[in-house]
Design a protein around this ligand. Structure first.
Ligand code: SME
Length: 160
């Protein structure tokens, strides 16, 4: 059995280091992108406290399409430039949103979501997917979370 769980009472930065190591170990040698994204969504859920949604949107035919996730059912297709995810995908830049209701064009999939972190996954300089985290608390995410998920995205870009 797999037993990837964070050690209790960790500093957030160390938690993210353990998450990246677990992600690397769990996806090593597995070529199936869907299987890897499914396990990565489960790891995000396990390692990042206080979430109500964690998962992937993939770049497919010039738009974002829902990938493996944990949380409530979500919107399936997001055009580039729309919402927090579409903005991350079109700019290639992390979106750290303290209050989703103040983000122009935010797409509400789960009414519980109050703050959001979306990190693009780049391969060969192109956005191939985004990692999306939602929290039911305002300003749940900060610079340490953004850096942690960016490090994870770099680590798994060849595996999804
Ligand atoms: N809120 C996102 C849409 C995806 S859900 O949060 C899962 C957005 O504005 O792009």
């Amino acid at each position: 059995m797999y037993d990837f769980a964070p050690t209790a009472e960790l500093e957030p930065a160390e938690r993210y280091r353990q998450l990246a190591d677990a992600a690397d170990a769990l996806t090593a040698g597995e070529p199936d992108a869907v299987a890897n994204m499914a396990n990565l969504a489960a790891l995000l859920w396990e390692f990042v406290p206080g979430l109500n949604w964690a998962g992937f949107y993939r770049m497919v035919g010039g738009e974002l399409v829902l990938g493996p996730f944990i949380g409530r059912p979500a919107c399936i297709r997001i055009p580039l430039g729309q919402g927090v995810c579409g903005t991350a995908a079109s700019t290639g830049e992390t979106q750290l949103v303290e209050d989703v209701h103040a983000f122009p064009g935010h797409i509400a999939c789960d009414a519980a979501s109050q703050s959001e972190l979306v990190v693009p996954v780049l391969r060969d300089g192109k956005v191939i997917a985004v990692i999306d985290l939602d929290a039911p608390e305002k300003a749940r995410f900060g610079a340490v979370d953004a850096a942690g998920i960016e490090a994870l995205a770099a680590r798994i870009a060849q595996r999804i």
